[in-house]
Design a protein around this ligand. Structure first.
Ligand code: FES
Ligand SMILES: [Fe+2]
Length: 475
């Protein structure tokens, strides 16, 4: 792989760049938002077998999911001793448990007797007693008792603790890794914690959490949220205020990529000039994250000489501050209104900035390569001086259930639910269209789909490393 950084400016759309838009903002550009590395990673097509062949899903089950750091839950979901979250992915199941000393440990959720899951639901536990024959483990994974101990001479004097997995935390999230030799979480997150340091992720709570089952491979679902150039066709209502083609895509490390899209700036694809007031009205119509606390539409006229972007940034500073009691007066315009998405390989996305943050996670749906589960969280700052609100429970939206109908019941604004519905409406047809492909490959844009290509290259690398490790152990 040629990872030599090069300047792609001449290879991009001629519209101004994200950084050039920020030059006009009212506050200095935060250094971490400036353009990052854009390595040349090629233009090779991607084989559709990666999405439609169950054999590829088996490779991922063997070499990907057991080897990567993955967000299991939020710390706020297991605040008390014994609180347990059952996290599952691709046939694996883990018990993530708060310990007496406040730490968090995680164990494989499979009875050492005949394999029954020890728990299928989370909650506060004082033991993990298997519902099948009653053998029990303590919440620290140590063996507790066995009603049929007389018949288990093979366990006498042996360590029959539950096998444990690695746990790490960042920003109020609990991460797990099934690989005992995995690099530390900090190494994988790389610059992300530093870039997010001002946004108070650990001081946020789950405002909503949707689990949407989607009729496509998990990668196809993830890729629907890794570039902005589908907006022109899939989300035309965003064009008055989304600078889609101006988006910045960076590969910060092997694991961390990101995309920044300016908002409150019209897309260059609009077929006529959009006035500053039209930008604001379009935002209000869609109900973007930046309209917190609300205001009458009539009160939202951009004063002469001001731009919609600076107007909305200031409006958001004040309305968000009124809502949560924090002071946003020093926050840059970009951090108040833009779409700033960081992805961590292979399947997590965290929105940066001061606004209520979206967080995504994509997982295979059990062993099925052709369906997946997309978790959509919205995290809000705990209001200053207030007790932490209870995290919203998971709201499941099924395969054939619409985001427009059920999203608002989960807490999404109707406008946001409509945007997700537009995204979801493509995905089953991506899967079946790939199956119908005569050429058997997908072609990715060189710049705007850089992050998708990087994900595939890392996936290949991870699988190759796993195979090499197996070969070394066998040899
Ligand atoms: S399978 Fe768990 S006690 Fe028998
Ligand atoms: Fe989208």
């Amino acid at each position: 792989m040629n990872v030599e950084a090069r300047n792609f400016r001449t290879d991009r759309h001629p519209a101004e760049t994200y950084e050039e838009i920020l030059e006009r903002d009212t506050r200095p550009i935060p250094e971490h938002l400036r353009e990052g590395p854009v390595p040349d990673i090629g233009t090779e097509p991607v084989d559709v077998a990666r999405y439609i062949d169950p054999a590829f899903a088996r490779l991922e089950e063997k070499y990907l999911w057991p080897r990567i750091w993955q967000m299991a839950c939020r710390e706020e979901e297991i605040p008390n001793v014994g609180d347990t979250y059952v996290y599952e992915i691709a046939g694996r199941s883990l018990l993530v448990v708060r310990q007496k000393d406040g730490s968090i440990r995680a164990f494989h959720n499979s009875c050492l007797h005949r394999g029954r899951k020890l728990a299928t639901l989370g909650g506060c536990k004082n033991e993990f007693r298997c519902p099948y024959h009653g053998i029990a483990w303590n919440t620290d994974g140590s063996f507790k008792d066995n009603p049929i101990a007389w018949d288990f001479p093979q366990w006498q004097g042996k360590d029959v603790s539950l096998p444990e997995v690695k746990v790490g935390t960042w920003g109020g999230f609990v991460f797990v890794n099934l690989d005992k030799d995995a690099p530390p979480l900090e190494q994988v997150l790389g610059p992300l914690p530093e870039h997010f340091a001002g946004y108070g992720y650990e001081d946020r709570y789950i405002h909503f959490h949707v689990q949407k089952t989607v009729a496509c491979n998990w990668k196809a679902a993830a890729e629907g949220f890794m570039e902005s150039h589908h907006a022109i066709t899939t989300h035309p209502q965003l064009l008055p205020y989304l600078a889609d083609v101006n988006s910045q895509y960076d590969i910060l490390t092997d694991y961390v990529t990101r995309q920044f899209s300016a908002q409150m700036v019209p897309s260059p694809y609009n077929d006529r000039e959009i006035t500053e007031n039209e930008v604001v009205q379009a935002v209000l119509g869609v109900g973007s994250r930046s309209v917190v606390g609300g205001a009458g539409k009539d009160a939202m006229n951009v004063p002469d000489g001001e731009t919609a972007r600076t107007f909305m940034a200031e409006f958001t500073r004040r309305s968000l501050g009124a809502d949560d009691g924090h002071d946003y007066s020093a926050a840059s315009d970009a951090e108040m209104v833009d779409a700033l998405l960081y992805n961590v390989f292979p399947h997590m996305s965290f929105w940066a900035g001061f606004m209520p943050s979206l967080v995504y996670r994509w997982r295979p749906n059990g062993h099925d390569h052709a369906t997946s589960i997309m978790d959509i969280y919205m995290l809000k700052r705990v209001p200053k001086g207030q007790p932490r609100p209870r995290p919203a429970p998971v709201f499941e939206i099924g395969l054939d259930e619409s985001m427009v109908e059920y999203g608002p019941k989960a807490g999404l604004s109707p406008g946001l639910a409509a945007v997700f519905e537009q995204d979801m409406s493509n995905l089953p047809h991506v899967q079946t269209g790939m199956e119908a492909s005569e050429i058997g490959v997908c072609h990715l844009g060189r710049y705007s789909e850089l992050r998708i290509r990087k994900m595939h290259q890392m996936l290949d690398q991870t699988i190759a490393e796993g195979k090499a490790r197996d070969a070394a152990q066998a040899g």
